[in-house]
Every structure is written in C-alpha cells, then in structure tokens.
Design a protein around this ligand. Structure first.
Ligand code: HEC
Ligand code: HEC
Length: 287
C-alpha cells in the first residue's frame, strides 16, 4: 500500500476515521461550550457568544461586555453596600403599632417621651421615619452606633419588636419646635439676637437649603426631608440643640460612623464649630 492511496478520500478507512474525529470534536465542542453552559443560568443569561467565551475561560474584557467586565473585576465578592429603601409607603398594621406602643410605654417613654422632649440628650422619636428608627435600633444592637445607654436597652429585642417600635413612633404626629427661635435663624426680628447670631443663623439657613458647593457640602435639606429625602436620613426638626450638636460633632470626629457611604461624616467634617451650633439652633427651632 503506497502513501497516496492511504491519504485519499477514496480510501474508506481514511474518510471514516478522519470524519469520525471531526464529528467527535464538533459534538464535544457543542456539548462543552454550548449545551452544558446553557444549562447554567450564570453562564447563559447574556447570549450565545458570551456563553461560549465564558465556557472557554476568556477574560471578560475580551468579549467587550462592560457590565460583565465591571462585575468581573471585583470577582464574585458580594457588595457590602446596604441599600435601604424608605419604608414610608408601607402601611403599618394597627397590631404592630399597638405592640410597639406597649413596649415603648414601659421601656422608652421615660427618656424619649411620647410628645416633646423629656431628656435633651435623647432624640425625639414621635413622627420620625420608621426606616430611620428601625435602622438606628439595628445599629445599636450590632454596635455599629455606639451608645452606652441605648445598646443594653435594645440588645435583646427581637427584629419584630424593632419594627413594632419603629411603626409606633412613626405613627405619632411630629412635635413642635424644641426651642424657641429667639436667637436662632428665624429670629431676625427678635431684639435679643445679637448681630453675630443673626449672621450665624443666616449661614445655617444657607447651609441647610443650599449647602456649600465649594466645600463639597450638599444641602442638608436634600437628604433630610425638607427638599428631598435619602433613605435612612432622619427628620431633624424639633430635636434639642444639645442632641444635634452632639451628633454632628460625633460624625465630624468619626465617633459615630454608622452612616452608609459616609454621607454625614463627609458633610460634618467640613463644618466649623460655629456652623454646627447655628445649624443645631436652626433645626431645634423647626417643627
Ligand atoms: C435612659 C434613657 C433612654 C431610654 C430608656 C431609651 N432611650 Fe433611646 N436614646 C437615648 C439616648 C441618650 C439616645 C442618644 C444616644 C446617642 O447619642 O447615640 C437615644 C437614641 C435613640 C434612637 C436614635 C434616634 C435617632 O434619631 O438617631 C432611637 C431610635 C431610640 N433611642 C429608641 C429607643 C427605644 C425604642 C427605646 C425603648 C425600647 C429607648 N430608646 C429607650 C436614651 C434612652
Ligand atoms: C447626602 C445626604 C445627607 C446630607 C447632605 C446631610 N445628611 Fe445628615 N444624615 C444623613 C443620613 C443618611 C443620616 C443617618 C445616618 C445613619 O445613622 O445611618 C444623617 C444623620 C444626621 C444627624 C443625626 C440625627 C439623628 O437623629 O441621629 C444629624 C444631626 C444630621 N444628619 C444633620 C445634618 C446637617 C446639619 C446637614 C447639613 C450640613 C446634613 N445632615 C447633611 C444624610 C445626609
């Protein structure tokens, strides 16, 4: 048998064996690159070409899928950013509010009151957003927001208790201003307000409503509910200025660091002491 006759389409051994190898290669390619990956949701949800490239192990940048490339660069590590949707449109059940009221009367009202301020260091909770109360209670439980007073009080409460308490306080109507506007922002016509207080008051109103773009401070009202609201941002009106100064200082120093993406720390660390005092007076005089 000469070579020419072996490698010839007319030789049935040759055609059958070469054809067989090609057929096996094509079938295993189809199984390995298309059929098996297509059974796997992670592989198949971005189209046939992506499926093939992924099965072949090609780097995600090669097949030009930006979203996949971006996700790929951080690996499969789950995001640790918590997105907290405001719970305002979820109507709380009367049962939940009732349970919350019972717990609150026995455990919370001596400091937080039902209406108005009992202790200047304890924030007013009546009319606060439910998502805020729930988040803060969770943060006290986990220690994310340190407080020697609140942590032991809330440590053993169930998740349902926290929701009930949040629903109860959110169902109450907001209290009036905590402090008179005598020497605060709105008191421009008050004889007792000195000229420097007036200037500080005006700067507080400007910071609250317009922010200070040069120092990268967004308007407080853009997050805190007067103009617009970001999830987890508390309503500030009616808190005592003592509490507000305490919290702003804690954010500025980083002692309080439970704000998602440092939203508050970024604003607070650029404020001067006078601005913190003036903003606290401004919000204490709001409703
Ligand atoms: C002994 C007084 C006291 C009692 C009792 C108490 N709290 Fe507090 N609470 C405080 C103080 C003080 C703060 C501020 C702590 C800080 O600086 O973080 C606070 C903060 C909070 C906050 C944060 C609010 C915000 O706007 O950030 C929530 C929510 C809260 N308390 C809910 C409760 C609930 C619910 C109970 C009852 C189960 C309760 N507290 C019982 C004193 C008290
Ligand atoms: C980008 C949005 C954003 C801006 C701008 C912002 N805040 Fe906040 N602020 C938040 C969020 C969110 C929280 C709640 C943080 C947490 O506990 O999760 C918060 C919390 C606070 C608290 C604590 C209140 C409490 O009851 O615990 C005070 C006080 C406060 N902000 C004042 C201000 C002032 C004054 C300004 C303007 C100079 C301002 N914030 C600007 C988002 C913002």
């Amino acid at each position: 048998m000469s070579d020419e006759r072996v490698i010839s389409l007319r030789n049935p051994w040759f055609t059958v064996s070469v054809g067989g190898v090609i057929a096996i290669a094509v079938i295993s390619g189809l199984i390995g690159f298309i059929w098996l990956p297509s059974q796997h949701a992670d592989f198949s949800n971005e189209g046939l070409w992506t499926t093939i490239c992924r099965a072949a192990g090609a780097p995600s940048t090669w097949y030009g899928n930006d979203a996949t490339a971006a996700a790929g660069s951080t690996g499969d590590k789950p995001s640790d950013v918590v997105v907290l949707p405001p719970l305002a449109h979820v109507t709380a059940s009367a049962d939940s509010i009732g349970r919350g009221a019972t717990i609150a009367t026995q455990n919370c009202s001596m400091c937080h009151g039902v209406h108005g301020i009992v202790q200047v260091t304890a924030p007013v909770l009546a009319g606060q957003y439910a998502d805020v109360i729930y988040k803060e209670l969770r943060d006290y439980q986990s220690g994310m927001r340190p407080s020697a007073i609140m942590q032991p009080i809330i440590a053993n409460r169930s998740d349902q208790d926290l929701h009930d308490l949040a629903n109860y306080y959110a169902s109450l109507s907001r209290t009036g201003p905590a402090e008179s506007s005598g020497n605060a922002a709105g008191g421009s016509d008050s004889g007792s307000a000195s000229a420097s207080d007036d200037a500080a008051g005006r700067s507080a109103v400007r910071l609250a409503m317009q922010g200070d773009p040069i120092r990268n401070i967004a308007p407080c009202a853009a997050c805190h509910g007067q103009l617009d609201r970001k999830g987890a941002a508390p309503w500030l009106g009616g808190q005592s200025s003592v509490y507000l100064v305490g919290q702003l200082t804690a954010f500025a120093k980083g002692d309080r660091h439970n704000d998602i993406n440092e939203q508050m720390r970024n604003a607070a660390r650029h404020l001067s002491q006078e601005e913190i005092d003036a903003l606290a007076r401004y919000y204490a005089a709001q409703q």
